[in-house]
Design a protein around this ligand. Sequence first.
Ligand code: ZN
Ligand code: ZN
Length: 421
Amino acid sequence: MKALLDHVGIAVQNLDDALAFYRDALGLEIEAPEEVASQRVRAHFVPAGPLSLELLEATAPDSPIARYLEKRGPGLHHITLRVADLEGALAALRARGVRLIDERPRPGAAGSMVAFIHPSSAHGVLVELKQIAARRPAGAVARRITVGDFELISLSDGFFRLDGGAMFGVVPKVLWSRQTEPDDRNRIRLGMRPLVVRGARTMLIDAGIGDKLDPKLADIYGLEREQHLDHALSAAGLTPESIDIVLATHLHFDHAGGFTARDEAGRVRPRFPRAQYVIRRGEWEDAIAPNQRTRASYVAENFVPLAEARVLQLVDDDATIMPGVKVRRSGGHTPSHQVVVIESRGTTAVFAADMVPTVAHLPEAWVMGYDLVPLDTMRFKAALLREAVKNEHLVFFEHDPEIAAGIVVEEGGKRRVERIL
Ligand SMILES: [Zn+2]
Ligand SMILES: [Zn+2]
């Protein structure tokens, strides 16, 4: 079991006095309070660097906090450690004879699950274990989260398969096959997860593989699209008409296939009738003039009809696409591949696209064989993940078969993801 210190809880007698000290005298920020009904407690989180303090107020005389204050007066109440798998942690502790206050996880603040260890087993300290944000069912086609003023909705366009060797470049099969098991054709299963960003306008980042693939290619790519982007949009309460802006990370068929669709007359047209399509100029130029190496990934009918319909907007530099949403060129995978950074009220989400396609690609050298300039991928990915770990960015993994988004944590030089979506 690996545990990270999350916060320190302080029982307070009088909240106004506590605010006068922590907020006014120390200058710390106090977040809006959160009620934990099951404990009859009101919690005020006070961010203080990467950790926070939690001021705890009793809301009823039989609250554990009221009893604590009565017995011991105000002061340090508990420390909280974050674990990835709370059920597993409790089972492991029980097996060691540790005395638990909660035999089973119960709901805590902000959608987390928590359980307490008895101070008699923790050298006099009340220890809370916490697992952040409850897991969603893996099959869900639309998963939402709020980031400041934005609502982010990760959609699914189904699954496809690519050669496992090509997905992990120079990494030997004996290593990558421990992370993800190949099928009898040596392929691994990958998700396609476009992202909706709802702010002042509604933006869609990438659009999956679409439905223009012929049966032979659908077989080669092991397509599973019983549930695809249309289902996901409607599960999210959206229609193709809801989308104002379609933003491309790059124009490979598994990202841009859904940009267009065939109409009843068989003509290929923009799939989102009201949308402007925003594409980086360098990527557009590479896609309309592919070479022997890039030809298989760029399919003209996915993007040429956008120019014909005059819904194309080419962008030259790292630009703000709408307030709070910026693109950053990564290069590497393709020379003009870009990631999307979404920022609001001090929280940052990063749509990493093919820079970190799955959580198995977190190690620096685990770079796809498809990448045109792998050393650029390595450099960009290293910087992106360093920043993400330090500032707890929410990272979206477009091709992960299970995890749509999570927080990357680093322990002893090893990175892993705490799943959020
Ligand atoms: Zn790609
Ligand atoms: Zn891709």
